[in-house]
Ligand binder design. Structure first.
Ligand SMILES: [Zn+2]
Length: 189
């Protein structure tokens, strides 16, 4: 490595490291928070500087670009199949909400529904009616549990402030991983 600098992309710090090699081509890689740019030693300095600049820009663009999300809902389902699937899944969802509520919250719950046109994975109304996004039915149980716990925690705290997340964390110590995992999926198709 012959040079190194720190940059910030979307509030995240990255180290850019520059290497020289005997290769013919310039290459750039990102691994965790390190961007490494390897340039051919044989290139004139001006060319190397240009290549480094362009590669760095390309890597930053890659970091800024939102990742494409996975559709949670399989796209080969007819509307009728979706309705049937939601209907069949409802008792299981209700049972899980009740179970987690009894174990950790003991809140008075209103209606529990599965809904298709939610803009979130779940919601909890002021009357403690809990809605679960239809798309969630297709995701792993641990993500379903995270959303259920999240909504149940809203029966105690109506906001997303520190105290709210403390409640979630008490029930699911690894909730941050689940929350992050959930971000990989899109809730519509
Ligand atoms: Zn929330």
């Amino acid at each position: 490595m012959y040079a190194q600098k720190e940059i910030e992309v979307k509030g995240q710090n990255y180290t850019v490291q520059y290497y020289l090699s005997e290769n013919r081509n310039a290459i750039a890689r990102i691994k965790e928070n390190v961007i490494s740019i390897t340039l051919p030693r044989r290139w004139p300095e001006k060319e190397r500087t240009n290549a480094a600049y362009n590669l760095e820009k390309r890597m930053i663009r890659k970091l800024v670009r939102p990742q494409t999300k996975i559709n949670a809902i399989p796209d080969n389902l007819t509307d009728q199949q979706k309705i049937a699937f939601a209907r069949n899944s409802l008792p299981t969802v209700i049972a899980r909400v009740s179970e987690l509520n009894a174990q950790h919250f003991n809140s008075k719950i209103g209606r529990i529904r599965i809904r298709k046109n939610l803009t979130n994975w779940g919601s909890c109304s002021s009357k403690n009616n809990i809605s679960i996004n239809f798309a969630l039915l297709f995701l792993p149980q641990e993500l379903m549990d995270y959303v259920i716990v999240h909504e149940l925690a809203h029966t105690k705290e109506r906001n997303h402030l520190h105290k709210f997340w403390q409640i979630v964390e008490k029930v699911l110590p690894n909730y941050k991983d689940r929350k992050k995992e959930l971000r990989r999926y899109s809730l519509s198709n």
